[in-house]
Design a protein around this ligand. Structure first.
Ligand SMILES: [Zn+2]
Length: 164
């Protein structure tokens, strides 16, 4: 009887560890896609954290003047973080010169941004924002280079560059 029970518990333990091995990678992927620690700050809290210019871009979906950001010409290796919450959004390897006057990327770090459609210019555009704090970054278009064909057109004031 004891032997039977121990064999059963051995099989149970074995099954549990197999399930853990199978499900662990899925959990890791899911957590990187949806940050669990979303920021929820009030308007006043954001105003005290950000410059008026960055507040206008990040929290009111503003757009900076073309060619006004120094990050437009940033060519060093590094990571572009959200200026609101410091979440890493783009790698320098994903940046390219689109000639538009705004820092442009052909892809973002997986799970770092979320999109929504806006109609501010009547024609629908796809807005994207930091997936952690919801801060507006820019708009994404389908006229970018390969391999994605995407152009993430980003406000420089919404980013903070961290060189390697
Ligand atoms: Zn953010």
């Amino acid at each position: 009887m004891n032997q039977f029970l121990s064999r059963r518990s051995f099989i149970l333990i074995l099954t549990m560890s197999l399930l853990k091995i199978i499900f662990k990678p899925i959990q890791v992927l899911a957590s990187s896609d949806t940050p669990q620690d979303k920021w929820k700050l009030s308007k006043d809290e954001w105003k005290s954290r950000l410059s008026p210019e960055s507040y206008y871009i990040l929290r009111e979906e503003g757009t900076e003047r073309a060619f006004s950001s120094q990050l437009n010409n940033e060519k060093r290796k590094g990571v572009f973080h959200c200026a609101g919450c410091d979440f890493p959004l783009f790698l320098s390897d994903q940046k390219y010169d689109s000639g538009t006057g705004w820092p442009s990327f052909w892809d973002s770090i997986k799970g770092s941004v979320e999109t929504k459609v806006d109609f501010k210019l009547i024609v629908p555009r796809t807005e994207y924002h930091c997936s952690r704090c919801g801060g507006h970054q820019g708009h994404v278009f389908n006229d970018g280079p390969l391999p994605t064909g995407k152009r993430f057109c980003n406000n420089g004031l919404a980013l903070r560059f961290v060189p390697d």
